[in-house]
Structure formats: structure tokens, C-alpha cells
Ligand binder design. Structure first.
Ligand SMILES: [Zn+2]
Length: 327
């Protein structure tokens, strides 16, 4: 297989009614009037390859065309990148929502469910998220609370501080409230069921929500652990591992290159220069690089705070399960 150099993706700015007009200092992007940006997609179908031989290509098309080089053998059947990475700018409350797990999503004809995690790049005093149901809540009490517009009273909630990581497995009722800037890593899926939207005119999916919702889940703040190579492991769950590397990037690139497999590098602060026998590029704040599974030799230099994001959980990939079900 022809090795592919690591490459940088250009972000996609997604308008959301709960979003922000001004994304500084994270992004130099000004939203159009009445089109607040809620999500900046750093991977995903609408991103564009910004460096290297695939430069200018749509990321989804690039992954499809070079699936085995970018994703590696374990994920090659997926035909799309298994993880989405976004930066969220909630200036108003997001809807109270839930996502299906793989099994339920596939019953509904979707390739995979959606487990996600949130890393607080910044959290102002008082920032919090709604996570799971309060003890004693039942499906009936949730349904009644939706009807009475009192669902917020049935939610558990978690204060959020800068540097916190919150794991949100599929089936967890959740919402993000204002006051933070969040790096979100999630399974590539579009499936969100809304239980409650504060009277905004968007569609609700109450029956589907109750089908997907679980009364107790594995969601919560994750205790970070020291890794073996100087990194901090922020989360290591079924579908993703997220590590934080700080300081000189040499250790990061040596460890990442030795491990191989598909991975993403997100620069949270500082500057990272990625070089090898290809057009070198620089990752600044909130920029993301794709390291293909079959990457040509590369190394990183610079002083930076970098999140290394690794897709996991390939063996019974959604695509192969789906193919199995259809054949
Ligand atoms: Zn969600």
C-alpha cells in the first residue's frame, strides 16, 4: 500500500441557534448576522483536506477513496472516519437529548450509535452540563415531565471546570448548558433524539428518545490517569481514547508513530510542526491533523498542548454488522 503523509483538515463552521457570533480567541471566524456558529467540525463530511497530495478534496471523499491507507485494515470497512471531532460554543442551552447505541441505531437503519465525550477547553464559573437522570426517575416520570415542561428538574447535573473530561455513553439523557468551550469527540453519527427544547420550534422525538434512554448509564466525569510515556489519559472507552500531551512534541510523535493505526492530533495550545518527506505543515490552536494508519514517516516538533485522539472498537465494526444484516 502507498503510504500517505499526515495532513491537516480545514474546519467547517456549522450554524446552530444556540451558538456564538464571535469565536475568538479560538477561531478567527466571524459568523454572519443571525447565523451563530454552535459547532466547528474539525473532522466530518464537510471538512476539506488542507495539505498534501489530497489537498482540496472533501474529507469524506478522501476517506472513501483511501480507506485502507487512512483507516487501516481494522476500520477499512467503515468507509467513513469513525470519529467526529468538534469544538462547541454553547451560548444558550442545547436541547435535552439522547443518542441510540449501535444496536438500536442499526435497527433504525443507521450505521452506528453515538457515544461521545466532552473536554472543557474553557469553563467559566458556574458552567455545567446535564448528565443522566436524577435517582428515582422512571420512564413514566420522564414522559410526564416532558409534557409539563419540567424535564430539567429530573436531570442530574455536573459542574464543569477547565480541563474536565465528561464521558457520555449512548443512552444517557444529556444537555450542555452555556459557559464553556468544549472539544467533543464522538462516534460518527447524525442521530440525535430531542426530549425537550425549551419551547424552541425544533422537532422533538419523544418516543424514540424513551426507546434509546437508559435510566442508569456509565456517564460521568472521568478521572485522568498517567500514561506510560509521559502523556495523560483523559478517557479510554469503547470507541475512543483521548490523551493529552504537553511540552516538547518529540515524545508525542515518537509514541504515535510507534503505535501506528489511525489517529488524530488536535492542538489545544502552542504550535506543532509536522514534517517528513512531504510538504510540512503547522498546527496552531484548534487545528487538527489526520495521521493515516499507513502514514509515511513523520515527526512533530514544537512546544504544544496536543490531544491525541485514537479510534477504537473496530472488531465488530458497524459497517460489517450492517453488511452481515443485509446479505
Ligand atoms: Zn449529544
Amino acid at each position: 500500500m502507498q503510504p500517505l503523509p499526515p495532513f491537516k483538515l480545514a474546519p467547517y463552521f456549522q450554524t446552530r441557534i444556540w451558538g456564538a457570533d464571535n469565536l475568538e480567541p479560538w477561531f478567527q471566524h466571524h459568523a454572519a448576522p443571525d447565523e451563530p456558529v454552535g459547532e466547528v467540525w474539525l473532522t466530518g463530511a464537510n471538512c476539506t483536506v488542507a495539505t498534501g497530495p489530497l489537498s482540496g478534496q472533501n474529507f469524506a471523499a478522501a476517506v472513501k477513496e483511501h480507506a485502507s491507507a487512512i483507516l487501516g485494515a481494522a476500520f477499512a470497512t467503515e468507509a467513513e472516519y469513525p470519529l467526529l471531532v468538534k469544538v462547541l460554543f454553547p451560548r444558550e442551552k442545547l436541547s435535552v437529548q439522547v443518542h441510540p447505541d449501535d444496536a438500536l441505531a442499526q435497527q433504525k437503519g443507521e450505521p452506528r450509535g453515538k457515544s461521545e465525550c466532552w473536554y472543557a477547553l474553557e469553563a467559566q464559573p458556574g458552567a455545567k452540563v446535564a448528565l443522566g437522570l436524577a435517582p428515582g426517575a422512571t420512564e413514566d416520570s420522564v414522559r410526564a415531565a416532558i409534557a409539563n415542561s419540567t424535564l430539567e428538574d429530573l436531570l442530574g447535573w455536573l459542574p464543569l471546570a477547565t480541563g474536565d473530561l465528561v464521558y457520555v455513553d449512548a443512552g444517557t439523557v444529556h444537555a450542555i448548558w452555556p459557559g464553556s468551550v468544549i472539544l467533543e469527540v464522538l462516534q460518527t453519527s447524525d442521530t440525535t433524539y430531542r426530549l425537550y427544547d425549551y419551547g424552541r420550534p425544533r422537532e422533538l422525538h419523544i418516543d424514540l428518545s424513551l426507546e434509546a434512554m437508559r435510566l442508569t448509564t456509565g456517564a460521568g466525569r472521568v478521572t485522568r490517569t498517567p500514561g506510560r510515556r509521559g502523556e495523560t489519559v483523559l478517557v479510554d472507552e469503547q470507541y475512543f481514547r483521548v490523551e493529552r500531551w504537553e511540552g516538547d512534541a518529540a515524545g508525542l510523535s515518537a509514541a504515535a508513530a510507534a503505535e501506528g493505526g489511525p489517529q488524530l492530533l488536535f492542538a489545544a495550545a502552542g504550535t506543532l510542526r509536522v514534517e517528513g518527506e512531504f510538504e510540512p505543515f503547522t498546527l496552531g490552536r484548534c487545528e487538527l491533523a489526520v495521521i493515516p494508519a499507513a502514514a509515511s514517516r513523520w515527526e512533530a516538533r514544537g512546544e504544544a498542548e496536543v490531544m491525541r485522539i485514537v479510534p477504537q472498537g473496530a472488531p465488530e465494526s458497524a459497517a460489517s454488522l450492517l453488511e452481515g444484516a443485509l446479505s
